[in-house]
Design a protein around this ligand. Structure first.
Ligand code: FPP
Length: 250
């Protein structure tokens, strides 16, 4: 029985074409609340389990050779959740940042936070700086945590920066093109996501990487994020590799 199980795992890996891996994967870590409810636990328990799964999936993705992983941890809209849930999520994020050594360990993981600093506590902002500085020379995989992030908010932020450049005479309006917009996004140090994964049965983007996902491939599944495993990641990537990406061409 065990032999058969192992064989199945191997078969899954064999299906993966290591020469055509997505460079950048985005994940909307959805379904934490439902995972907890099913078990009669508070929603915060789902978020905690989700954070543990994120640690494992980051290592798995790094070991597979994925260069960038961007995860949606807290959106600009999540402030409208009940105050105690927001508080729990911020507490968890703070602990996660404090505990970054447990995630990174000896592995070559760089951690970056993308999103607006507005509304985040000084304590969280300080922790972000510590983690980003401490991991800045790591390069195998970059884990981008989207925190207080909204795709529309990011586009507005980018346009405001460009408007300032125009006002101060650094560029003229005619110079504005897609590359300039991209270079003013929070994600300006990485390629656009090739592949976006959303577990939990929902099939929408929810304001995640709006500008960057113009030609991303999507993968949806009914699994709740706290149940997501390395095998699910591999299955998703195999599915991605069976698609034909045309970027608007033929
Ligand atoms: C969506 O599930 C998930 C979130 C709003 C938070 C995601 C956060 C984590 C996975 C943990 C924290 C992350 C880090 C980096 C420490 P939901 O709550 O909307 O679930 P539901 O749709 O089942 O209610």
């Amino acid at each position: 029985m065990l032999g058969l199980f192992k064989k199945k795992k191997k078969e899954l890996l064999v299906k993966l074409d290591m020469s055509r891996l997505p460079v950048h994967i985005g994940i909307i870590m959805d379904g934490n609340g439902r995972w907890a409810k099913k078990r009669g636990l508070p929603r915060s328990a789902g978020h905690r389990m989700g954070a543990r799964v994120l640690e494992q999936i980051t290592r798995d993705a790094g070991n597979l050779g994925i260069r960038y992983l961007t995860v949606y941890a807290f959106s600009t809209e999540n402030w409208s959740r009940p105050a105690n849930e927001v508080e729990e999520l911020m507490k968890l994020l703070g602990e996660y940042l404090d505990d970054y050594k447990r995630l990174v360990g000896d592995e070559d993981i760089r951690i970056k936070i993308i999103g607006s600093p507005d509304g985040l506590s000084d304590d969280i902002l300080r922790k972000i700086k510590v983690v980003e500085d401490a991991t800045k020379n790591n390069s195998a995989i970059t884990l981008n945590i989207a925190l207080n992030y909204g795709g529309r908010d990011e586009i507005v932020h980018s346009v405001k920066k460009i408007a300032k450049d125009v006002k101060q005479g650094r560029i003229s309006p005619e110079d504005i093109d897609e590359a300039i917009l991209s270079s003013n996004m929070y994600t300006n140090y990485m390629p656009d996501p090739d592949f976006i994964i959303r577990p939990s049965g929902e099939k929408r983007l929810s304001n995640f990487l709006l500008w960057q996902s113009a030609y991303s491939e999507f993968w949806f599944s009914d699994i709740n994020w706290p149940d997501f495993t390395r095998d699910d990641l591999i299955r998703a990537i195999v599915d991605y590799q069976n698609r034909s990406r045309r970027f608007g061409g033929v």
